[in-house]
Design a protein around this ligand. Structure first.
Ligand SMILES: [Zn+2]
Length: 416
């Protein structure tokens, strides 16, 4: 379980579920007892209207409750954080041994770690099993100085929980923590069902109030209060649903959206081994050379120690290229963007049963869209042998190239 850094946020996050339970309790009491039983059935004998409101109310109440529960559990148990690097773990142990006063003064536990210069840095090997990954100008992956680890594609460091998170969207105290890759689908379902739940509460309250205004019965102040709260929550959750659906359709997180128009992505794109630098791009070859006594820049093979036979087999060359401003290399088109988060089965879009499909491939960490192919053409990158085999219908591409999505919990069963 990963909790927020500041005590205030931790406190608010813990209290909110009780506040929401109170709101749901008040809404249930108002709709069921005051509106349906006491007013519609006992006073006006409108049994049909009461039954319709009760059925819709409990249907959306259950859906809202189920999605909230699933979302809350996922956020607490599998929030999508990436592991800390060895140095960060070491520092964490040090912080534990600090006194509370030292911690309050932030006299201990603060550190800034530069990228690990060790060519065998833990986690680095994962990147050169892929054909493309996000990199810095020197061709090495991005580094998180707080987590002391290499950042996989689409990972963002969340300052609220002090951890790197996969496809981080935002920190949401309303749902108990960080909304990210593992929880985003349930988050959208929760805001969607809450919007409908609020709509039913609003409809029941409005129906009762207009009857009370017309009739001789006095106006129920509790109903007015619940109507006002339902309107506030309804507008809020509707806005969240709309912005979340838009994010899914364009394959951007809320964090990405902040600078989507000006964002330039730097990618290491695999080219045949030993490809020299081109007029428009530099290259880097992994595994990085083990430096002699005086280290050279990463990628500057030559004066370095010779590679072992195993490293030679694993060697891969990458061209370092940049997208144009605003290009999103993970944009797969509206339908694929949608199914990559919500799954292919329409009932999965509404029910909090299956997690988002996982993308497993040696091509990339996340499925790349048409921009990736465009980049290869734009920079004139030489094709890989695997590509040629794949285009002739060979099996290598399937094995190593195109990824496949797996629905978690389907025991490896393929999607249709
Ligand atoms: Zn981090």
């Amino acid at each position: 379980m990963v909790s927020a850094r500041t005590p205030e946020t931790r406190w608010v996050t813990r209290c909110i579920p009780f506040f929401l339970a109170g709101c749901a309790g008040l809404a249930t009491y108002t709709v069921v007892k005051r509106i349906c039983v006491d007013f519609l059935i006992a006073t006006r004998h409108q049994h049909g209207a009461a039954a319709a409101f009760l059925a819709l109310y409990f249907a959306f109440f259950l859906l809202t409750f189920a999605t909230y529960l699933r979302l809350f559990i996922v956020i607490q148990t599998d929030p999508g954080v990436t592991p800390l690097g060895p140095k960060a773990l070491e520092q964490k142990e040090k912080v534990k041994s600090c006194s509370r006063r030292q911690r309050d003064l932030e006299a201990c536990g603060r550190y800034e770690a530069r990228p690990d210069d060790n060519p065998d840095s833990p986690g680095l090997e994962l990147f050169y099993t892929k054909n493309v990954f996000v990199c810095e100008t020197d061709g090495r992956p991005r580094w998180c100085s707080s987590c002391c680890n290499w950042k996989l594609d689409r990972v963002h460091h969340c300052s609220e929980i002090e951890r790197c998170v996969r496809k981080m969207d935002h920190y949401c105290p309303w749902v108990g923590g960080i909304v990210a890759e593992t929880s985003f689908k349930f988050f959208v379902q929760f805001t969607f069902h809450t919007t409908l739940y609020c709509s039913i509460v609003i409809a029941a309250c409005a129906f009762a109030l207009q009857a009370q205004v017309r009739g001789s019965a006095g106006i129920d102040g509790v109903v007015i209060g619940v109507l006002a709260v339902a309107c506030v929550f309804g507008i809020f959750t509707f806005t969240m649903t709309a912005t979340s659906v838009r994010s899914i359709l364009v394959n951007l997180t809320t964090v990405d959206h902040l600078k989507a128009k000006s964002a330039v992505h730097q990618l290491a794109v695999r080219v045949p081994l030993g490809t020299p630098p081109g007029p428009k791009y530099n290259v880097i070859t992994y595994p990085l050379p083990k430096p002699p006594a005086t280290a050279g820049a990463p990628g500057a093979r030559g004066s370095a120690e010779p590679l072992s036979a195993r490293d030679q087999l694993a060697s891969r060359t990458y061209a370092i290229v940049r997208t144009e401003k605003g290009e999103n290399p993970w944009d797969l088109g509206v339908w694929r963007n949608w199914t990559s988060v919500m799954g292919r089965r329409p009932w999965d879009w509404f029910l909090p049963i299956r997690a988002s499909p996982r993308y497993e491939s040696t091509e990339s960490f996340y499925e790349m869209g048409p921009v990736y192919k465009k980049l290869r053409a734009r920079f004139g990158l030489p094709a890989l042998d695997d590509d040629a085999a794949g285009e002739k219908g060979g099996g290598r591409r399937d094995q190593g190239g195109r990824g496949r999505e797996e629905e978690p919990g389907s025991n490896g069963e393929k999607n249709q």
